[in-house]
Every structure is written in structure tokens, then in C-alpha cells.
Design a binder for this molecule. Structure first.
Ligand code: SF4
Ligand code: SF4
Length: 486
């Protein structure tokens, strides 16, 4: 519609173009000046107070004393976990107590303990005979109020999803309770409220970002990748209950990430995202709906990056990895497929496609040559940058330290901790129609974060120097802690 508006002065699009370009020019110069100052000081390269991560929040040294503040006033003894610890003693009582036999119904240790501490027996029997029956009765009357709290608590304790080795028709659904009854799905008030709840819970469970989308069946593998209750030689029919996909993600530890490839690891974020997805799947099942976690490293049956794009988490970069506004490419995502009805997010466009067209830092830094300098091409019907995965995979074993490589993630200008400077740069690049700021910021990145020659990342026997993009954090310098001559 804007193009048909009468041409009096600037129309809206022209105005946005001009003001975007002006903003880009002023902003880039400002960031350049600030960036030059901060770029000189390695400790401020993330724009944060400390590049070593969290700082101790309380000065304990000032308060250190020679003797602990508990007092020894008699003969000390160790704890007998069978009786002194209520979590062993009480279940024992619940299992074995017989009103007629009294103390005689218990084993010798328990008898001896309760004889020594009769007031504890009184308290334990009060819990067994009074509190527990009343709790069961009250629970029936008032439990609705605490459905979410209980689901959240169960989910927090989920370390491995029950039955994940069974096919989705079984493993994804809530298990019957002891009486054989299966939980009916709770009726939910609105799609929007459910999405809000799911997102808040995802953050509670440890996710840094979360997005929701309808699952496009094109992103599900034709054959399953791993066992997980599915036959890898039988085509995978997309289960009907994989209606929605919730994408969660956590970042890798920042300082080792910048010291890739030798000192970084994907496993920290793999494990964190896995736990978030397990917890989220458990939470959804507690509400009576189906849910299946798809988690890194390789426990999934679908392609995560395009689902994350659909869910508005970010865009795909030249290096094929997802780029988010908050963490750049420093994230490891997981997906939960589910049938809980929710409002979905929209994809986002914050300028990555234009930026990647000219940047190419990842391609220049990639030791294996897996990242293209060229244009996008058609792959399985979609236009994208091609990644030469065998070359990339071979490099994983061509450097020492931790297996793998994340150099393209570390060098990407978007991979910066979220701070005001990062956010300002994002805003400029996303709104710059001229592309001038892209070139300027790419040059800044190269100037302030120079890396070794790509060949130097290889291990020495392959002509390299065991190089890392940046210095490792002090706590990963083996030579400073271990006496290799000792
Ligand atoms: S992970 Fe390493 S080898 Fe693979 S594409 Fe990225 S930079 Fe290249
Ligand atoms: S390094 Fe540059 S070209 Fe590569 S993904 Fe990041 S922004 Fe795109």
C-alpha cells in the first residue's frame, strides 16, 4: 500500500530507509570508537565486568576463622543412617509396623533406637496414624489448587524420561498410576495462557530462550536416527501427537567457547538442554498430555535448526548453525514435541541473511574448508548455504583437547554475551538497508578479535600448532595445576 501513496516528501518506506541509514552510520561510528577502546582491553571483550564468569559475591576471606562455629561438648559419634536418618527410619516403620506386635514388629536396630528415643517413636507413629491418613483425605478435596506446583516439582526431579526406549505411542503419553488409571488431560483456559505457562516453566527448568511452533513434518527424519523405541530400518510415520514443537536452548560456557577448538565443549550445554527438555516433557505429561524430548547430542528424530527458526528462536547463518539475537550461535537447542494446545510464535528476521552475505568470517576461519564462501544453493528444496559435513567431521578429530570444533560459533560476530553494546550493534545491523554497518562491524570483529591462521588449529602431526581462537580460561590451563614431572 505504501508504494501507491501520493509522493509528498518522503513516504514511510523512504523515511525508514533514510533514517535507518543515518542511524546505522552514527551508531557504527559510535560503536567503533567505543569498541576500539574496549577492544584494547582483553578483560572487557565481552563488555562484562569479568571475562572469567561469575565473581564471588561475598568476601569470605575477611571472615575466615581457625575453628568452626559449631561446639564440641561431649564424646562425638557418627550417624547410623538406618535409624538416625528419618528418610530411612520412617519408611521402615511404615512398611513393617504392626499395631498388635508393636515394637516387636521392627528389626533389632529399630527396636533399640526407639527404646533409646521413645519420644521419636511417638512422633513417628503420630505421622503414620494421624498426619498421613488426613493428608490423603484432604488431598482429594484440595488437590486442584496444587496441580501446577506438583507437576512442576515432578518435572524438576526428572533426570531421565520414563520409558523413552518405547515407541512414541507409548513413551510419549502419561503412564497409568498404581491403580491403573491414566491421567486425563486437564482442560486449559486458552492457547495463549498455556504458551505463557510453558515458556515460564521452560525458564524455570533452565532454558535461556524458548519458542513454540506447529511442527512441520518436513523436519522429521524419514528414518529414525537412534533406537529410542523405533526401528531404524522402518520409515518413521510422524506421530499425530507431534503437533507442536517447543524449542528450548542453553548456551555453552562462554570462556571455553571462545578458546575453541581445544578447550571448548558442547557437552555442558548438551546436558543442560537435555535436562530442560526432560523436565518440560515431564511437566506436560503431568498435565495429562503427550510429550517427547528430542535432545543433543544425538537423541532426536528431527532436524532442530529449522524448527527453531519456525519457532522464532533465530535464523540460520552461513555456517549452518542457528544465530539468535541473545547468544549468537552459542546455544545448544532441544525440542519437545507435544499435543498440548498452545499459541505459536512467529519466525524472526533480524538481518542475519544480509549480514552473512558479506561477512564470511566463519568461512575464513574454518580450518576444514567446510563453510562455503559462495552463494546459497538448493538443498532438499530449500535454499541455504551448503556445509561440507564430511570435511567438518574430519576436523573434529584433527585437533586435540575436546573432540569437536566450534570455531565457526566462536568467531561469529553475533556470538557475544548479551550486553548493551551487543544489543546496539544488533539493532543497527537489523535496520541498516545500506549494508554499510555490516562491513564496518565485520571489520571491527576482525580487528578486535583476531584469530590464528585456520591451518594453525590443526594438531601438529597434521601441520598445525594446537592453536585456539582465544586464550583458555585459567581454570582449564592444565600446566598451571598439574605437575607433569611429579
Ligand atoms: S565446526 Fe569447525 S570445521 Fe566444522 S564448519 Fe565449524 S569451523 Fe568448520
Ligand atoms: S561469521 Fe559471519 S558469515 Fe558466518 S555465520 Fe556469523 S555472521 Fe554469518
Amino acid at each position: 500500500m505504501e508504494d501507491t501513496e501520493p509522493k509528498k516528501g518522503l513516504n514511510r518506506r523512504q523515511f525508514l530507509k533514510v533514517s535507518g541509514a543515518a542511524r546505522a552510520a552514527v551508531g557504527t561510528v559510535g560503536l567503533g570508537l567505543f569498541g576500539y577502546q574496549s577492544g584494547k582491553d582483553p578483560s572487557s571483550y565481552t563488555g562484562e565486568e569479568s571475562f572469567q564468569g561469575a565473581v564471588e559475591q561475598f568476601g569470605r576471606d575477611k571472615y575466615s576463622v581457625h575453628i568452626p562455629t559449631y561446639e564440641i561438648v561431649g564424646k562425638t559419634s557418627r550417624i547410623d543412617a538406618r535409624t538416625d536418618v528419618v528418610f530411612s527410619r520412617f519408611p521402615n516403620l511404615m512398611r513393617n509396623w504392626d499395631d498388635e506386635k508393636g515394637l516387636e514388629s521392627l528389626d533389632e536396630n529399630m527396636q533399640a533406637y526407639y527404646r533409646k528415643y521413645p519420644e521419636v517413636l511417638k512422633d513417628d507413629l503420630y505421622a503414620k496414624n494421624e498426619i498421613f491418613p488426613k493428608r490423603r483425605a484432604d488431598n482429594k478435596k484440595f488437590q486442584d489448587q496444587f496441580v501446577l506446583a506438583e507437576a512442576w516439582s515432578h518435572a524438576m526431579g526428572a533426570v531421565w524420561p520414563e520409558g523413552l526406549n518405547e515407541p512414541p505411542e507409548i513413551s510419549d503419553f502419561p503412564k497409568p498410576d498404581r491403580s491403573g488409571k491414566t491421567k486425563e488431560p486437564y482442560a486449559l483456559k486458552s492457547h495463549e495462557l498455556t504458551a505463557k505457562l510453558i515458556k515460564t516453566m521452560s525458564y524455570q527448568f533452565g532454558s535461556a530462550v524458548v519458542g513454540i511452533t506447529k511442527l512441520n513434518p518436513d523436519w522429521v527424519y524419514k528414518y529414525p536416527m537412534r533406537n529410542r523405541g523405533l526401528d531404524t530400518d522402518t520409515p518413521l510415520e510422524v506421530p499425530k501427537h507431534w503437533e507442536y514443537a517447543i524449542v528450548v536452548a542453553t548456551p555453552m560456557s562462554w570462556d571455553p567457547l571462545y578458546a575453541n577448538p581445544n578447550y571448548g565443549t558442547s557437552h555442558d550445554a548438551y546436558a543442560k538442554s537435555r535436562i530442560v527438555a526432560y523436565r518440560l516433557a515431564e511437566f506436560i505429561k503431568q498435565l495429562g498430555y503427550a510429550a517427547r524430548p528430542h535432545t543433543p547430542g544425538t537423541e532426536y528424530d528431527l532436524m532442530v535448526p529449522p524448527i527453531a527458526i519456525d519457532a522464532g528462536i533465530g535464523e540460520q547463518g552461513r555456517h549452518s548453525v542457528l544465530i539468535t539475537p541473545e547468544m549468537g550461535s552459542n546455544l545448544r537447542p532441544a525440542v519437545v514435541t507435544t499435543n498440548i494446545p498452545m499459541a505459536c510464535d512467529k519466525p524472526i528476521d533480524f538481518g542475519v541473511q544480509d549480514f552473512c552475505a558479506t561477512c564470511k568470517i566463519c568461512a575464513e576461519s574454518c580450518p576444514s574448508g567446510a563453510i562455503t564462501f559462495g552463494e546459497k544453493k538448493e538443498i532438499r528444496g530449500y535454499k541455504r548455504y551448503e556445509l561440507d559435513t564430511p570435511k567438518c567431521h574430519n576436523f573434529w578429530y584433527s585437533n586435540l583437547g575436546n573432540i569437536g570444533c566450534r570455531i565457526c560459533v566462536a568467531v561469529c560476530p553475533y556470538t557475544r554475551k548479551s550486553n548493551w553494546m551487543h544489543r546496539a550493534a544488533l539493532d543497527i545491523t537489523a535496520n541498516d538497508p545500506t549494508g554499510l554497518s555490516h562491513t564496518a562491524l565485520t571489520e571491527m570483529q576482525k580487528k578486535f578479535y583476531p584469530g590464528p591462521d585456520a591451518q594453525d588449529y590443526y594438531m601438529p602431526s597434521l601441520g598445525g600448532k594446537n592453536a585456539s581462537f582465544r586464550e583458555p580460561p585459567w581454570w582449564l590451563k592444565s600446566e598451571d595445576f598439574i605437575d607433569f614431572n611429579g
